[in-house]
Write a protein that binds this ligand. Structure first.
Ligand SMILES: NC(=O)C1=CN([C@@H]2O[C@H](COP(=O)(O)OP(=O)(O)OC[C@H]3O[C@@H](n4cnc5c(N)ncnc54)[C@H](O)[C@@H]3O)[C@@H](O)[C@H]2O)C=CC1
Ligand SMILES: O=C(O)C(=O)Cc1ccc(O)cc1
Length: 296
């Protein structure tokens, strides 16, 4: 059997970690080409063992590839697929790591020629840092990796992608496009928006800024780590998953409105219930997931 050729388009944090994990497991049984936009990041990706050979041109990178892993920012994925499609070999499989799914998957499914397949995915792991230099081979280990069921890929194609992802030691979960986008909104997209809002609140109070920073302790740090995430990436996420995000942000706005009213009325019971409800739910989630995922 010939060597598996994997092409990674966007060898940053996620693409880099994927390459490192597979290279670590498969060694010389896999040949990984990678595409990034600068020679410096190609050099880094090669040096760190995420890829065997880097290309500045995505078309050169995918020539002859069996599986193409798309890990650029969300809004770059579809234009990149349009560009590489005519150059893919018969039977090639595309899979992506974008944080939002319907936006990407619906467009790719509409443009796929016969004999080229697509499986949508999303590793529910990452960091607030970007680039291949922030990647490591264990980033996916014991973390949830969503595979979307409804992208019309034949069962054997789906299985090939699942088998490859399993090598990263991620826990695979299958969801529909809509389920993914609603759940990713609640569990990931809204928390990032809220964390950024907490930090931006400081800028609404410039006279107190210095004293606030002196006071900042564990609570502020715990709730705002992800506010250091990449702005380009998160702008793409918000634009491409607008509907669920607007719905959940509106629900959160209503939750906060109720709290404002309760605090203004000194309605201690309602205020108390707010914290009891969240503590009960979070403790329950921690208990239920303690042997399964390292998510919360
Ligand atoms: N950062 C995170 O924690 C997670 C990110 N994701 C998703 O994975 C994807 C990649 O995210 P990261 O690895 O964090 O980003 P990153 O910024 O670390 O890497 C992105 C890579 O894409 C390349 N790139 C950007 N625009 C490009 C273009 N037009 N053409 C070709 N290459 C281009 C960059 O040079 C870089 O190598 C995104 O779609 C993101 O939504 C998914 C799970 C977690
Ligand atoms: O840094 C963290 O804890 C994250 O939440 C990482 C993350 C970012 C984007 C995703 O689509 C999935 C996971």
């Amino acid at each position: 059997m010939s060597k598996l050729h994997l092409a990674i388009l966007g060898v940053g944090l996620i693409g880099g970690a994927f390459g490192m994990a597979l290279k670590n497991k498969l060694g010389d049984d896999i040949f990984i080409t990678g595409n990034t936009r600068t020679q410096k990041s190609i050099d880094n990706a090669e040096r760190l063992g995420a890829i065997d050979k880097g290309y500045l041109d995505p078309i050169e990178c995918v020539k002859g590839a069996d599986i193409i892993y798309l890990s650029t920012p969300v809004l770059q994925i579809v234009p990149l697929v349009e560009k590489i499609l005519p150059h893919l070999k018969k039977g090639a499989i595309l899979t992506d790591a974008g944080s939002t799914k319907s936006y990407i998957a619906r467009q790719i499914m509409n443009m796929l020629p016969e004999n080229i397949y697509y499986v949508a995915g999303h590793p529910m792991t990452g960091r607030e840092k970007s680039g291949v230099t922030a990647a490591n081979k264990d980033l996916f280990k014991n973390k949830c990796y969503v595979i979307v069921k409804d992208t019309k890929a034949p069962a054997e194609v789906l299985q090939k992608v699942v088998d490859l992802i399993k090598l990263t030691e991620a826990n695979i979960t299958t969801l529909t496009l809509e389920e993914h986008d609603r759940c990713a909104s609640i569990i990931s997209h809204i928390p990032h928006i809220v964390a950024a809002g907490l930090v931006n609140l400081l800028d609404k109070n410039p006279n107190d800024l210095e004293a606030c920073i002196t006071l900042a302790g564990g609570g502020f740090k715990d709730t705002t780590r992800i506010a250091s995430s990449n702005a380009d990436m998160w702008a793409d996420v918000c634009i491409s998953n607008a509907e669920p995000i607007i719905e959940h942000l509106s629900q959160l706005q209503a939750i906060f409105s109720n709290m404002i009213t309760a605090i203004a009325k000194k309605d201690r019971q309602t205020i108390h219930d707010y914290f009891v409800e969240s503590k009960t739910r979070r403790d329950m989630i921690l208990e239920e997931t303690k042997d399964k995922y390292d998510l919360i």
